[in-house]
Design a binder for this molecule. Structure first.
Ligand code: NAD
Length: 279
């Protein structure tokens, strides 16, 4: 039995949103396996900085590539650059995503008749932005980058990043919840569609990690937890937020041949949040 991630060595791996907090951790995991990395991000400066760091830390090939996951032309340009510099894409991690205050209600439940801050006051442009970033921002890169995996003797792998919101929507963030739920559905659909091509498609659902996009929701200025932050910890049987490195093992597992008969699933990496009834 192959009991290592050795098959990931030299695999051309694209990680969208790779310059972000969780993306950085996933990039480090693949770099430690000797994969050839394309860190695709809107933020080219951070992507290149990380690529340079990984080249020197792990002696691998890594490049930073600028692209907007919502723009087909920009993804096509990125693909050409990756193909020219690293070769055909074999693994895709769809890591770009996130929430935004503009798609967030200010109240958890509508306990008064006040419209402001409720569902009825949601900014539809903000809603579209978050829904598209998380859903189409996975769909489009899968379409553009996944093409390289067709008809290959070597199997292709796509890993999507879901969320706890896919299983049960959190209050306040309906666009993000709807999009992440769609990610799980899309993962199953695409896994079925691409199985005859030997392309596996899975997702992982991080629990709660404190990052730039959710810090405003879970911590106060002084670093203490907001009421919501404390609720999350109380709802997590392991009684803490996750550390970005906690998703490394599951990412490698789902992308390596170790999981060669696994497709269409979503693995929670959540300290038990999803299994806990709250009582
Ligand atoms: P992050 O904000 O640290 O990183 C996101 C990265 O994506 C950034 O580098 C950003 O520049 C890039 N990006 C944003 N829009 C882009 C676009 N249009 N095109 C290309 N790149 C773009 O976020 P994170 O916390 O590392 O989250 C990564 C993924 O994990 C997201 O899908 C997020 O929804 C998911 N997630 C995070 C948590 C958490 O607790 N942090 C929990 C569940 C799921």
């Amino acid at each position: 039995m192959n009991n290592t991630f050795a098959d990931l060595k030299n695999k051309v791996t694209v990680i969208t949103g790779g310059a972000g907090v969780l993306g950085n951790s996933i990039c480090n995991a693949f770099a430690s396996c000797g994969s050839k990395l394309a860190i695709v991000d809107l933020n080219l400066e951070n992507a290149e900085k990380l690529a340079n760091q990984l080249v020197s830390d792990y002696n691998i090939e890594a490049i930073g590539v600028s692209a907007n996951v919502l723009n087909k032309e920009s993804l096509k340009e990125a693909k050409t650059k990756i193909n020219n510099q690293l070769g055909a894409i074999e693994i895709l991690v769809n890591g770009a995503g996130g929430n935004h205050p503009k798609a967030t209600t200010s109240v958890e439940q509508m306990v008064s008749d006040e419209i402001e801050g409720s569902f009825f006051d949601l900014d539809i442009e903000g809603f579209d932005f978050v829904f598209d970033l998380n859903f189409k921002g996975t769909l489009l890169p899968s379409m553009i980058f996944g093409k390289d995996m067709i008809g290959k003797e070597n199997k292709g792998v796509i890993l999507n990043i879901s969320s706890m919101n896919a299983f049960k929507p959190l209050t306040k963030i309906p666009a993000y919840s709807a999009a992440k739920s769609s990610i799980n559905n899309f993962t199953e659909w695409l896994a079925t569609h691409l199985a005859p091509q030997n392309i596996r498609v899975n997702s992982l659902a991080p629990g709660f990690f404190i990052t730039d996009q959710n810090r405003f929701l879970v911590t106060n200025q002084d670093g203490s937890f907001t009421e919501r932050g404390q609720k999350i910890v109380n709802g997590t049987p392991m009684n803490k937020f996750g550390k970005p490195d906690d998703i490394q093992g599951t990412s490698l597992y789902l992308c390596s041949d170790i999981s060669s008969f696994v497709t269409g699933i979503c693995i929670p990496v959540d300290g038990g949040y999803n299994c806990f009834s709250g009582v």
